[in-house]
Design a binder for this molecule. Structure first.
Ligand SMILES: CCC/C=C/C=C/C(=O)SCCNC(=O)CCNC(=O)[C@H](O)C(C)(C)COP(=O)(O)OP(=O)(O)OC[C@H]1O[C@@H](n2cnc3c(N)ncnc32)[C@H](O)[C@@H]1OP(=O)(O)O
Length: 312
């Protein structure tokens, strides 16, 4: 069925689905919390599972959360919105339906093909494609640019663009049934929205990354834990999401100044030398050490009371 849809998309012929499959309409996992007011998206469901914690669920369960154009736009918008929302201190990224995501929406791949059709000069067509790729990249870099830590909670399949997406998160958890696939070579692409750039730094094993990227073989949860792609495995979806919300809630209880400065310093350190990283954090802390959070956290530690931090 998927193959006919892709073929029809690439050939421009409209594909009509004859019989709805039970599997495609089944939704085994859904958001259980009330939707967050002010966060209205077509492909994402946003809720607030605990104080200062927001949960972003990819919400195209009938299409196995395949990433369509609206998704690429909205995932960037929501992380920009959350980054600017002082009520938010940590984010859980999960998904509704039976899989985390089946990757890019193959029905819309024709649009990408369409960009390079025509008789125009190759350099001129290429110039037109560049900002489009940059926009796709910006969609996931938005997770990294969001100052609030992002905890990805992956269940079942995380394919292609899904791996790109979670590589931009700060913390990755998965359920026992999770599997990961750098599948781009199977659709004739070199992954260009973050996997090839971030995954080697996450797992610290170039040989493994090349094996995954060149072969598109599946990597199951136990191997993902062993290589460091995820830091915890949970027995099922419910325990996964509650584990992710629990760590996000702990993070949200800390000084937002300290947490957000730590995120900025860690991302900077990944991309720079140790000395450049030390210089960067010294410059940041010239300001941040003057924050009231330092005094509040120190007093709370002394008195063994829970500190309350103001909005950031
Ligand atoms: C510049 C661009 C940057 C981004 C690049 C990103 C690249 C990538 O993501 S590459 C990877 C692309 N994804 C795939 O190749 C996966 C394709 N899907 C599958 O292999 C299977 O569907 C899967 C193993 C995930 C699940 O198989 P299962 O038998 O359990 O379900 P299906 O009956 O196949 O699917 C159920 C319905 O979901 C639709 N669907 C699945 N994947 C996609 C997709 N990627 N795009 C669009 N739609 C998808 C599928 O057509 C079924 O729908 P329906 O026919 O209406 O029931």
């Amino acid at each position: 069925m998927l193959a006919s849809r892709v073929l029809s998309a690439l050939s421009g012929v409209r594909y009509i689905r004859a019989v709805p499959s039970l599997a495609a309409t089944m939704s085994t996992t859904t958001t259980t919390h009330e939707l967050a007011p002010g966060y209205s998206y077509d492909t994402l469901a946003i809720s607030r599972p605990s104080q200062h914690v927001f949960q972003v669920n990819i919400n195209r369960p009938k299409n196995l959360n395949a990433m369509n154009k609206a998704f690429w736009r909205e995932i960037r918008e929501v992380f920009e919105q959350l980054g600017a929302d002082s009520e938010c201190r940590a984010v859980v990224l999960a998904a509704n339906g039976r899989m985390f995501t089946a990757g890019i929406d193959l029905g819309e791949m024709a649009d990408i093909g369409g960009m390079v059709m025509g008789d125009d000069d190759v350099a001129r067509k290429a110039r037109g494609v560049m900002p489009i790729i940059a926009a796709y990249q910006a969609s996931f870099t938005a997770l990294e640019k969001c100052p609030k830590p992002v905890v990805a909670a992956v269940h079942s399949a995380c394919i292609g663009g899904g791996v790109d997406l979670i590589c931009a998160a700060d913390i990755r958890y998965c359920s026992d049934d999770a599997w990961f696939q750098v599948k781009e070579v199977d659709v004739g692409l070199a992954a260009d929205v973050g996997t090839l750039q971030r995954l080697p730094k996450i797992v610290g094993n170039e040989s493994l990354v090349r094996e995954l990227a060149f072969s598109a073989r599946k990597m199951y949860s136990s191997e993902a834990l062993k290589c460091g792609l995820v830091s915890r495995i949970f027995p099922n979806y419910e325990s996964l999401v509650s584990g992710a919300v629990e760590i996000a809630t702990t993070i949200a209880s800390k000084s937002p100044v300290a947490v957000q400065t730590s995120k900025a310093a860690l991302i900077h350190a990944r991309d720079h030398s140790v000395q450049e990283g030390l210089d960067y954090i010294a410059t940041l802390n010239m300001m941040m050490l003057q924050s009231e959070d330092l005094r509040l956290a120190a007093m709370a530690a002394m008195s063994k009371e829970k500190p309350t931090f103001s909005k950031l």
